[in-house]
Write a protein that binds this ligand. Sequence first.
Ligand SMILES: CC(C)(COP(=O)(O)OP(=O)(O)OC[C@H]1O[C@@H](n2cnc3c(N)ncnc32)[C@H](O)[C@@H]1OP(=O)(O)O)[C@@H](O)C(=O)NCCC(=O)NCCS
Length: 177
Amino acid sequence: MDLRLRPFQQRDLDMLRRFATEPGLIGLDWSGFRDAEAPARRFAEDGYLSTVDGRDARLVVETPQETSAAGFVSWRVGPVSEHHWEIGIALLPECRGQGIGWRAQAMLCDYLFHHTPAQRIQAGTHPENAAEQKALEKAGFRLEGVIRAVEFRAGQWRDGWLYSRLRDDPSPLAGAG
Ligand SMILES: CC(C)(COP(=O)(O)OP(=O)(O)OC[C@H]1O[C@@H](n2cnc3c(N)ncnc32)[C@H](O)[C@@H]1OP(=O)(O)O)[C@@H](O)C(=O)NCCC(=O)NCCS
């Protein structure tokens, strides 16, 4: 599959507006309505490419069939060290379940290990998010454990599952051409 990660363009901002205002479109991470104009302000500031001050940087996930976005991947400085990244992903519903999610996260890891000296990339997910658990494992991540009561979501504090991939862990895309 010929996927591409690329910087955001003006035309991609509609997708972010939708994620901010359509309940549940983003999946289990829906945490209520967000300012629909915030993505445009952020895009004007740094094109979604800076991680200073706790910001998450983002790249669009694009498939060869569609020049519009299938979703986006994100990364921010991890909670323990400036040499760690924490990544995330959200695909539009019609783009899920086709092998895009695991590949996009594997590509993001390869990109971050190539362009930054990071030693560790971590990702958290929900106990009921089987798709993301499998996608992370296929992207070369290993399950580290359960983080108890780590996030407030859908009316209660809930556990999270923490995964990581280290610089020396093999990339599932190695030799993929
Ligand atoms: C989670 C997400 C990124 C996964 O990406 P995806 O493109 O749908 O997943 P893939 O097609 O790459 O599938 C990866 C593996 O998960 C499996 N899978 C996919 N959807 C699944 C589902 N709904 N339930 C169980 N397994 C599923 C696939 O079969 C594949 O495993 P296999 O190779 O053993 O068959 C995507 O579904 C998504 O954006 N969901 C909404 C947002 C979200 O949950 N983000 C993560 C927040 S922590």
